[in-house]
Design a protein around this ligand. Structure first.
Ligand code: BV8
Ligand code: ZN
Length: 259
């Protein structure tokens, strides 16, 4: 049974240089971003296979863009919370600490940009979070294979009004990894390498239900590292965690990262 030790977690994170942080929707919950599988999660009102698959996009791009436009509008009103900020500080000050996030809300990157401005430090390359499942605010052309930032409003009134590639006219899709799609090979390889080398894998706010992201802490454990989970509830990972701290990201993460 995992230790619930907040103090032990803090000591391990203080001692551990090579830290991989894996986050999920729960780290952004207190910023107002809906989670997927919780009581009022996204998957309660929408079926993932209806919205988060390439087949769904092929059959009804307007519906899929409507869902992402709705999520973009919500996230545009959200700010990084104290957990995002504490994690940004960690990666800014510890060049060996990395964040791999399943989230597509961009709040880790925003927190890092804010932290580096306040500290007047250029973030080390490894401080940039690995976005395993892409970003709500990037689009990609399946024809040109070009990705670009896109933060403006999406006109979902007709398929023709949806965003199209300026170069070739192809309908653009969100730069999001859907079910059944491979993650970006380089990003995944980088995350797996970090997981295998980590002394500590800190897992915050994920149900650990989705692979291959959920396999990352198992790589740390297999290589002899420590797995620390922060979640108000037990998850698929809890039994294999060395420490599972019950609590929310905003209450626990700043506490266990406080030096
Ligand atoms: C792939 C995009 C293969 C949409 C998402 C084994 C190996 C490989 C694949 C599989 C496998 N087994 C099954 C698969 C298939 C599938 C999969 O994992 N299915 C699951 C459901 C069984 N995986 C895939 O399809 C992946 N692709 O492997 O392709 C391949 C290889 C080569 C060539 C071709 C194909 C793709 C996976 C990515 C799918 N895309 N999202 C979008 O985001 O719009 S997944 C979706 O779930 C989100 O991205 C989300 O990030 C992710 C995980 O969810 P969580 O973040 O954990 O969120 P959740 O709501 O579940 O949990 C929130 C947690 O927070 C809870 O525990 C809650 O207690 C906690 N919480 C709440 N409040 C707080 C809190 N914690 C802290 N503080 C709080 N305040
Ligand atoms: Zn194009």
């Amino acid at each position: 049974m995992p230790d619930k030790g907040l103090g032990t977690a803090r000591d391990l994170l203080k001692a551990g240089r090579r830290v991989l942080v894996l986050t999920g929707a729960g780290v952004s919950a207190e910023s107002g971003v809906p989670t997927f599988r919780g009581s009022n999660g996204l998957w309660k009102t929408h079926r993932p296979e209806q919205l988060a698959t390439p087949e769904a996009f092929r059959s009804d791009p307007r519906l899929v863009w409507e869902w992402y436009s709705w999520r973009r509008n919500i996230v545009n009103t959200c700010q990084p919370n104290l957990a995002h900020k504490a994690l940004a500080q960690l990666t800014l000050l510890n060049g060996e600490a990395r964040i791999a996030t399943q989230n597509v809300d961009g709040l880790h990157l925003l927190a890092l940009e804010e932290a580096s401005q306040i500290a007047d430090i250029d973030p080390p390359p490894k401080a940039r979070p690995l976005e395993l499942h892409g970003s709500l605010f990037r689009v990609q052309c399946n024809n040109c294979h070009v990705k670009s930032n896109h933060r403006g409003p999406i006109d979902t009134t007709s398929t023709r009004a949806l965003p199209h590639c300026r170069e070739c006219g192809t309908l653009l899709r969100p730069d999001i990894v859907w079910f059944g799609e491979a993650l970006n090979a380089h990003t995944l390889e980088e995350a797996m390498t970090c997981a295998g080398a980590a002394e500590v894998c800190l897992v915050v706010g994920t149900s650990s239900a989705v692979y291959p992201a959920a396999s990352l802490p198992l790589l740390t454990r297999r290589a002899g590292g420590v797995v620390i989970e922060v979640n108000p509830e037990a998850t698929h990972l809890t039994e294999t965690s060395h420490i599972s701290v019950r609590g929310t990201a905003v209450h626990i993460v700043p506490e266990i990262l406080s030096q």
